[in-house]
Structure formats: structure tokens, C-alpha cells
Design a protein around this ligand. Structure first.
Ligand SMILES: Cc1cc2nc3c(=O)[nH]c(=O)nc-3n(C[C@H](O)[C@H](O)[C@H](O)COP(=O)(O)OP(=O)(O)OC[C@H]3O[C@@H](n4cnc5c(N)ncnc54)[C@H](O)[C@@H]3O)c2cc1C
Length: 286
């Protein structure tokens, strides 16, 4: 299978990238690691007239602490994020999720920005970004704007990046000492996309949960908070009983992504079990 003919542009500065995006508008597509885009082009699911390859653009590949955030450049490869000591020390939930993301060859090319811009509901990082209330920096020739993760994902494979714009940076809040994190998913084979995902971030005061973020993935067109599970934890001593109650509360999320991997009832059961496991992991009993 071959892609439809396209023109290739290879800017090497952010300014040149902005000019190319402004010039070509919605006839252009950005090429990052190509791990999702190239197969889509080969199947002719997307047929861009112009491909703007951003692999040579200077200044989009970094991981650095910036105030109370860990800033990650969009072109940072999965392998670099997965192995980063800064990530492990400051945003441990990302490190937990990376245990499940893709295979080594895919991680060597794929980028964190490409992954999040792709907006796949079965992908781990969108759920993690929402769970942590990460901020997305969207750039263009007009300047930068910052979007909260929960508003960045607009639908299945749809994000808040318009023609002429690109995702330049993702800013994850540095974990506080009293925060606890958990992540679990079920996928047919290790490294495959998830059938269901549960991820949690708890702010604790002793054994009591001060605030909770519980996020589902893989079961609906977009990942999202599970408000009822969060309410079941907030202000409570988090014990096995509370974990079971919060997990049961995920029944309020109706799975709409159904396929040969599972119907709504199966995915609902999975979400309950995975949420219980992620919570147990967070409180150190998993
Ligand atoms: C066999 C296989 C298994 C995989 N398993 C998993 C998995 O378990 N979990 C998972 O999360 N992913 C998985 N992936 C996908 C992988 O993580 C890809 O790296 C990712 O989806 C896309 O990143 P990329 O850098 O390759 O982007 P590309 O494929 O280059 O681009 C993807 C899309 O994002 C757009 N884009 C890219 N960068 C930007 C940017 N900076 N700003 C705006 N738009 C941009 C492109 O135009 C395109 O529409 C798998 C892929 C394969 C092939």
C-alpha cells in the first residue's frame, strides 16, 4: 500500500514551521514520528497535499523543569520520556503509563506530541494528561495559547489544534509529596492499545483523601473524569472498602466504544476492576 502523492516540506526552525503551516492551512499535515500518520496515509484514510516534516525543527525536543511544571517538547521521542530520570522523579504517573505504551521500535520513533495530537481514545497518555490536569501549549504564527488537557481532546481523533497551529509543549504539574498515583489497563497483548484504562491521582492527608482525580480511557470517544468515583473518595479514609465503593461508582460511565474486543457490559466490568487496581496501587496495596 502506498500513500497518495504529496509534497514534502522540511522546515528546520519554529519560524519556518509556522510559515509553512500558515501557508498551507488545512491542506497540510504534520509528520512527527509517523507511527500513526504513515499507516493512515498508506491506507489513504488521510491524503494531505503537503506533509510538513517537523523532525528537523530545532527546539521541540526537551524535558525540563520550569517552575512547578515539567515541560516536555512535542518532538520528544517516547523512548526519551520513558527513560527520563526527570520524568520518573517529578511526574511518576507518566512513568507508570509508559510500562504499557507500544513496543520498542514504535517508541524509538513515536513522539509524545504526535501521540497526544493523534487523539486516540485507547491511548494511555491522553488519560494521564487529563488525570494530572496537564496544560498543552498550542503554537502558530500568531503566538502561543495554553489549553487544559480536558479541553484539548474534542472527540475521537479530534483535538483543539486548528489548521495553521501545532502542539509545541506539554506541561505536567510536578507531583506533590502527598500525592499518590495509580495506572492500570487491559490490552489484548502487552504494548497494544488498551481496551480499557483507569488512572488515578490522589492528594492525601495521612490516610484521608483530600482530592481525587479518577480518569477512564478506552471506553468512550474521549477519556474523561469519573466524577462519581472521585466523590466517593474525597474526604474519606481510603481503605479497601472505599476503593471498592469508588470502583463501583465507575458504573456511571457508559462505555460507547464497543467492538470485537468487548461490548459495553464487558468494558464496564473492566473499568470497575482496573479502577480498583489503580486505586490499590496508589495507596500502596496493589
Ligand atoms: C504497532 C503499534 C503499536 C502502538 N501501540 C500504542 C500503544 O499501546 N499506546 C499508544 O498510546 N500508542 C501506541 N501506538 C502509537 C504511537 O504511540 C505513536 O507514536 C503515536 O500515536 C503517534 O506519534 P507519532 O510521533 O508517530 O505521530 P505521527 O504519526 O507523525 O502523527 C500522528 C498525528 O498527529 C499529528 N501531529 C504530530 N505531531 C504534531 C504536533 N506537534 N502538533 C500537531 N499535530 C501533530 C499528525 O499530523 C498526525 O495527524 C502504537 C503504534 C504502532 C504502530
Amino acid at each position: 500500500m502506498k500513500p497518495a502523492p504529496f509534497r514534502l516540506e522540511r522546515p528546520d526552525t519554529i519560524q519556518a514551521l509556522c510559515r509553512a503551516l500558515a501557508k498551507h492551512g488545512d491542506s497540510a499535515r504534520i509528520l512527527a514520528g509517523g507511527q500513526s500518520l504513515v499507516p493512515m496515509m498508506n491506507f489513504r484514510l488521510v491524503t494531505p497535499e503537503v506533509l510538513i516534516d517537523i523532525n528537523r525543527v530545532d527546539g521541540l525536543d526537551y524535558i525540563r523543569l520550569d517552575g512547578d511544571a515539567l515541560a516536555i517538547g512535542a518532538m520528544t521521542r517516547h523512548v526519551t520520556v520513558k527513560e527520563s530520570a526527570l520524568v520518573k522523579a517529578n511526574v511518576p504517573l507518566i512513568a507508570k503509563a509508559y510500562d504499557h505504551i507500544a513496543h520498542v521500535t514504535v517508541r524509538n520513533r513515536g513522539t509524545i506530541g504526535g501521540n497526544l495530537s493523534h487523539g486516540d481514545p485507547s491511548s494511555e497518555l491522553p488519560a494521564v494528561a487529563i488525570c494530572l490536569d496537564a496544560k498543552f501549549v498550542v503554537s502558530s504564527s500568531e503566538g502561543n495559547r495554553t489549553v487544559r488537557a480536558a479541553e484539548f481532546f474534542k472527540g475521537m481523533f479530534e483535538t483543539d489544534v486548528s489548521p495553521g497551529e501545532f502542539l509545541s509543549e506539554i506541561r505536567f504539574p510536578v507531583a506533590a509529596r502527598n500525592q499518590r498515583f495509580g495506572f492500570d489497563e487491559f490490552s489484548p497483548r502487552h504494548g497494544d492499545f488498551a481496551i480499557a484504562i483507569a488512572t488515578v491521582a490522589l492528594e492525601m492527608k495521612g490516610d484521608t483523601c483530600v482530592s481525587a482525580s479518577v480518569v477512564h480511557g478506552g471506553v468512550r470517544e474521549m477519556p474523561g473524569q469519573v466524577a462519581d468515583a472521585e466523590a466517593a473518595l474525597r474526604g474519606k479514609v481510603v481503605s479497601g472498602e472505599q476503593v471498592a465503593l469508588a470502583a463501583k461508582a465507575t458504573a456511571s460511565i457508559e462505555p460507547t466504544l464497543q467492538n470485537y474486543h468487548g461490548d459495553a457490559a464487558y468494558k464496564s466490568d473492566l473499568l470497575r476492576a482496573l479502577t480498583a487496581r489503580a486505586l490499590s496501587q496508589a495507596i500502596g496495596e496493589g
